[in-house]
Design a protein around this ligand. Structure first.
Ligand code: GLU
Length: 451
């Protein structure tokens, strides 16, 4: 008879730490999931016997490669690129590409791990992956970015495919970079396929893909507030970030009658007591995305606002908070401050923006708290719809897609309730998301045997 290794949570995490030294972000992401999954599988022998969690927490493969490019001054530059293919039990690997100096193997492994659960939650057939490079697009010319994207794709193309692995954007990668990478993929392979999502509308992209992550995070927030008989209308919102996710989250808050007080970037945050309305959001979009400016310049355009250098916005009193910048931007102390100031709900637009201490604070105080893998899934969900449209060689209408996005976010919310309802009026969304995402992937893995 086979010997089943029944380690406890601590024993399991010791193993994860030992096998992944110097990878704190990855260990953190696994720990957050394992805390809930160990409880769930306690009486489910098959998951133990088949070592399912151990297998999900070991990427199918990590490809690492050199990316050489020439800058505008003729210097040869060398970056490191990666694609982490975490799990394809329920569909082709799917997940974004991040270009940022903080990118390393730990960050991409955490993102690919999280993506596996997030994609499962959408209900669409997508596995989990993530990629990127430690390339800093800040201050680079468009030609330099193009040459980098082309060089990156010259290696990546052999690892991806419409039925294999479908990358998309993430921090530092938007429609422009997707264009450069798609152009290079097509040039090398001669195939026009849906190998990337987030494409331009003229060449296979989907309507509302750009808005989807931010809008989805607010739809999720609405679903959470509705469990208390409330809505976004009349609420004050504190938002971090000023990129695609943050500005579209802000836009949807404003459309639903809420008031957005803050936005931020790596230099600090701006606080606008009058509220950041649609006109101001449009200014930020143009300023940040097209002119690549700093958020601090907001106060020159709108002088009643204040800029707070080097700070995150969590000290500003609010009803709801949406962390939409990056991982570990909201710490335990910030979580306590938010709650002390009366914050009722937190919906994450970024991936793992709250550190483990912060997660524990939110859970302890039983506030409405949605982890990114549930609340920011709208982006990848519309990527999944882009894949369907590419397969059909059709483009769906905006209203259809808006409705599908809303339905998918509601579906994720329902899944969280299914596994996270604690029976005392508290819904543990972290637990609900972890278990619902895990169960779907795990059951597929059981069907495939030991692979
Ligand atoms: N980077 C986004 C995420 O974190 C989108 C990924 C995708 O569309 O594949 O989910």
């Amino acid at each position: 008879m086979a010997v089943t290794d029944h380690v406890d949570l601590n024993g399991f995490m010791e193993g994860v730490k030992k096998r992944n030294p110097h990878q704190p972000e990855f260990v953190q992401a696994v720990q957050e999931v394992a805390e809930d999954i160990f409880e769930f599988i306690q009486d489910k022998e098959e998951y133990h016997a088949q070592q399912i969690l151990r297998r999900i927490a070991e990427p199918d493969r990590v490809v690492s490669f050199r990316v050489c490019w020439e800058d505008d001054n003729g210097n040869i530059r060398v970056q490191r690129g990666w694609r982490v293919q975490n799990n394809n039990a329920i569909g082709p690997y799917k997940g974004g590409i991040r270009f940022h100096p903080s990118v390393n193997e730990s960050v991409l492994k955490f993102l690919a791990f999280e993506q596996t659960f997030k994609n499962a939650l959408t209900g669409l057939p997508m596995g989990g992956g993530k990629g990127g490079a430690n390339f800093n697009p800040k201050g680079k010319s468009v030609r330099e970015i193009m040459r980098f994207c082309q060089s990156f794709m010259t290696e990546l193309y052999r690892h991806i495919g419409a039925d294999v692995d479908v990358p998309a954007g993430d921090i530092g990668v938007g429609a422009r970079e997707i264009g450069f990478m798609f152009g290079q993929y097509k040039r090398i392979t001669n195939h026009f396929t849906g190998v990337l999502t987030g494409k331009g509308l003229e060449w296979g992209g989907s309507l509302i893909r750009t808005e989807a992550t931010g809008y989805g995070a607010v739809y999720f927030l609405e679903n959470m507030l509705a469990t208390k008989g409330e809505g976004v209308a009349g609420k004050t919102a504190v938002i971090s970030g000023s990129g695609n996710v943050a500005t579209h989250a802000a836009e949807k808050i404003v459309q639903l009658g809420g008031k957005v007080l803050t936005l931020s970037d790596s230099g600090g945050f701006i606080h606008d007591p009058d509220g950041i309305d649609q006109e101001k959001i449009d200014w930020v979009k143009t300023h940040k995305t097209h002119r690549r400016g700093r958020i601090e310049e907001y106060v020159e355009a709108f002088p009643r606002a204040t800029f707070h250098p080097g700070k995150t916005p969590w000290g500003v009193p609010c009803d709801v908070a949406l962390p939409c910048a990056t991982q570990n931007e909201l710490l335990g102390e910030d979580a306590k401050t938010l709650i002390a100031n009366g914050c009722k709900a937190v919906s994450e637009g970024a991936n793992m923006p709250t550190d483990l201490d912060g997660v524990h604070v939110f859970k302890h105080h039983k506030i409405l708290y949605a982890p990114g893998k549930a609340s920011n899934a709208g982006g990848v969900a519309v990527s999944g719809l882009e894949m369907s449209q590419n397969s059909e060689r059709r483009s769906w209408k905006e209203e259809e897609l808006q409705q599908m996005l809303k339905d998918i976010m509601k579906g994720i919310h329902d899944s969280c309730i299914r596994y996270g309802d604690q029976g005392d009026g508290y819904i543990d969304y972290v637990k609900g998301a972890n278990i619902a995402g895990f169960k779907k992937v795990a059951d597929a893995m059981l069907a495939f045997g030991v692979v």
